[in-house]
Design a protein around this ligand. Structure first.
Ligand SMILES: O=C(CO)COP(=O)(O)O
Length: 162
């Protein structure tokens, strides 16, 4: 069950970070109502952008913190994938770069795959992110349909379940 308070993963490749930060600046008021988890560099940039907004509004910037994982190429995507598999991420905004290969492309693919396996909403561009964050479900609990992959865990010899 996804609660009203959500665990939101934010990730962006270098060429898409500007886009993500602009999106965060538009949506910071909604984002601070939730927990933000991000890969290292993205997390630092998002935290900084939101703290500036809080300060501009006369709020205490220190009251907001992003949970920062390792940088993507150093394992951050894999950490995020593990959190998804543990049911600790409710949705993900991942602005990946469609124009450039990355040394950790296999990790990127694995992250996107595991998000689909666990039926996590994913936005990979700004318009999808806009639709996602403006959904009424952002303010409600949500019961996602879980997909039954039991068939995939059957032992080859038909010896039952793992
Ligand atoms: O590479 C990334 C996602 O694949 C993002 O990592 P950073 O946020 O550390 O730049």
């Amino acid at each position: 069950m996804v609660q009203r308070f959500k665990n939101v993963a934010l990730v962006a490749h270098d060429n898409r970070k500007g886009d993500l930060i602009e999106w965060v600046q538009w949506n910071w008021g909604t984002l601070i109502e939730h927990r933000i988890i991000a890969t290292g560099t993205t997390g630092r940039m998002v935290e900084n952008a939101i703290r500036i907004k809080l300060e501009e509004q006369g709020g205490d910037p220190e009251r907001f913190e992003v949970v920062k994982l390792k940088s993507g190429p150093l394992g951050g995507d894999q950490q995020l994938g593990a959190l998804i598999a543990e049911g600790r991420i409710d949705f993900m905004i991942f602005f990946w770069d469609p124009m450039q290969p990355h040394p950790h492309d296999v990790d990127v693919k694995a992250l996107l795959r595991i998000a689909v396996v666990y039926n996590i909403p994913i936005a990979c561009n700004r318009s999808t992110a806009d639709f996602l964050i403006s959904s009424p479900l952002m303010r409600e609990a949500y019961c996602a349909v879980s997909i039954d992959y039991a068939e995939h865990h059957r032992e080859p010899g038909g010896c039952g379940w793992r």
